[in-house]
Design a protein. Structure first.
Length: 99
């Protein structure tokens, strides 16, 4: 696997409570079978570029069905021939924090 993408996506035309819309995207990510980490401000997904971008596209399509304005941020970290970076990146920092 070669890319970790941090995705945040939500409609800006649906009021204050957005979890029903965000959950659509998280469900698609979960069903993709790709490794992911769900967080309070976004979801990180790991995989090959094309499969991760396909998941991002599916999330957008599902939200755009009834949302007229969507805010989205995507951060990507590509590394050739790398895998298990979702946990590996965190583990590397945590090891350095130990006394």
């Amino acid at each position: 696997m070669s890319v970790v993408v941090d995705l945040a996506m939500f409609p800006v035309d649906k009021g204050e409570h957005l979890s029903p819309y965000v959950s659509r995207a998280v469900r698609i990510i979960r069903q993709s079978g790709l490794p992911y980490t769900f967080g309070p401000m976004g979801t990180s997904i790991e995989g090959e570029w094309d499969e991760v971008m396909n998941v991002v596209s599916l999330c957008f399509q599902a939200m755009s069905d009834d949302c007229h304005r969507i805010y989205m941020t995507i951060k990507a970290d590509y590394q050739k021939d790398a895998e298990n970076r979702l946990s590996g990146k965190i583990k590397s920092v945590e090891e350095k924090l130990r006394p």
